[in-house]
Ligand binder design. Sequence first.
Ligand SMILES: [Zn+2]
Length: 247
Amino acid sequence: MRSSKPCFASLATGPMSEAVTFRTPAGPAVLRRSDRSTLAISVEPDGTLHLIAPLDSTEADIVGKVGRRLRWIVRQRTTFADMNRNRMPLCYESGATHRYLGRQYRLKIRRAEPTGVRLVGAYFQITTKTGTPQEAETALNVWVRGKAVEQFTARLAKWESWCAARKLPAPRVRLLRMPKRWGSSHRDGRIYLNPDLVKAPSICVDYVIAHEVCHLKHPQHDRAFFKLLDQTVPNWHVIKARLEQLQ
Ligand SMILES: [Zn+2]
């Protein structure tokens, strides 16, 4: 029986050539080749350009395609540079910002009863017994897990008929905190999702769910899997890049 399959940490695995440095109009890139039909272009948070090219594409093909994505690449690098400047460890004091479904909210922490977390306007209103950052952190984590279950369950429900039509088991959500991945799946229909995914924009949440549901049909990151993913979420490369900025 197949164990639950790790996923995002190894998104680009599969038979792949050694990485080589390759000159492009956007500067040097890390180029690998694999058995895929289109050129995958991604920009890492440090600005490095990564390319995965079909085995039979020529260097001129690759240069041409990168040239046509130049504006997108520049935009990605600018976004990452901005985010790196703004990146700070999570703080649980009044005024600190935290995300939910891609939007930023400020914490307003008070000592009061009843304790709990409410999303009001642009604020997370957190009431705790002592008002300490530790209590606020615990309260917010409980709230995030609750919202994660609610959001993931509702979004996954939309896949039930899709799965039934393909004779796949009905997908079921399980929360699992995974240090380096957003999701993984088991062929019996269990979809493990990182509760922190609920902090990402809706489009990213839906992409991770689609990715994991596609694994119910094709467990490996093989050609059949990516073909199905391309059909299901045609712009998944762009969404994945957006999600990686959040890590
Ligand atoms: Zn995967």
